[in-house]
Write a protein that binds this ligand. Structure first.
Ligand code: 13P
Ligand code: ZN
Length: 263
């Protein structure tokens, strides 16, 4: 199918980021998923399409997404193939007027990710808040997930502060820190609800022993934040591997950053 330039560039962005996720080793098999709100770039060609699927009920309705269109990676689909052939591994869905079901509109009847409850509830919540959030990304970054296996790091803001203190960039480019969600079964509405709550306070949250979730006005922004936190996690682990606990930047040094960069 031929898409208009703006929609094609969203598809290209998903393909680009999917490639990074695979290259980084964060996307084993079908690990991770992406959704991108494309409502502002769909044209009459897309609006005229007849659905290629039945109507699928949405567990918890999302009325603020009435009539919205999303590009969503498919369940069981591999990021390395989302990269090489996005529309064979993702589909465009449309939310019904009352927000209670969705239909697949293009191109193939590829069922969206099993984490759709989290994706849609996050988009719904952000729309209700009037925040311009278009993308949600979930991925399995090795070092960050490893750190969530340490109970001491699951206390509020402990892991986030350690990561901030590893290198000034993390404090500057991930200014809201890192939220933590205690282990909850993947794909559930409970996990989605906890994630929505935590994203009021943080831009990136960790699902304990599972992975990261990020949101942004585009897809590059949350990818970069997860990448930056991962850089900090690697610095922490490199120091530990050399036999010492890293000192970290001091609170005063971090406060200085906060003031200087208006964070
Ligand atoms: P999907 O293949 O259904 O997107 O699941 C991958 C995943 O990471 C679940 O948390
Ligand atoms: Zn996952």
């Amino acid at each position: 199918m031929k898409y208009n330039e703006k929609l094609q560039s969203r598809i290209d962005e998903v393909a680009e980021v999917a490639g990074y996720l695979w290259e980084k080793g964060w996307a084993e098999r079908n690990g991770g998923n992406i959704s991108y709100n494309i409502t502002d770039v769909v044209d009459d060609n897309i609006r005229a399409l007849t659905p290629v699927s039945e109507k699928f009920p949405i567990g918890k309705p999302v009325p603020a997404l009435s009539g919205n269109y999303f590009l969503v990676t498919g369940t069981g689909k591999r990021m390395r193939y989302v990269h090489s052939s996005p529309m064979d591994n993702a589909s465009i869905i449309r939310i019904s007027g009352d927000g209670s079901y969705y239909e697949i509109m293009a191109e193939k009847p590829i069922r969206p990710t099993s984490e759709l409850p989290s994706h849609l509830m996050i988009h719904n919540h952000m729309a209700e808040q009037g925040r311009d959030i278009k993308s949600v990304i979930h991925t399995h970054p090795i070092e960050l997930v490893a750190m969530t296996h340490n109970p001491a790091m699951l206390e509020k803001d402990v892991l986030g502060k350690i990561l901030w203190s590893m290198i000034p960039e993390t404090r500057a480019f991930c200014p809201k820190g890192l939220g933590i969600i205690p282990y909850t079964c993947p794909g559930t509405v409970e996990l989605a609800e906890a994630t929505v709550r935590e994203l009021d306070e943080y831009d990136i949250v960790m699902w304990e022993k599972h992975g990261a979730v990020g949101i942004g006005t585009d897809l590059i922004e949350p990818f970069d934040m997860i990448d930056t936190f991962t850089k900090s996690a690697k610095i922490y682990m490199s120091a530990m591997a050399m036999g010492f606990t890293p000192a970290g930047m001091t609170d005063a040094q971090m406060d200085e950053m906060k003031e200087k960069f208006n964070l």
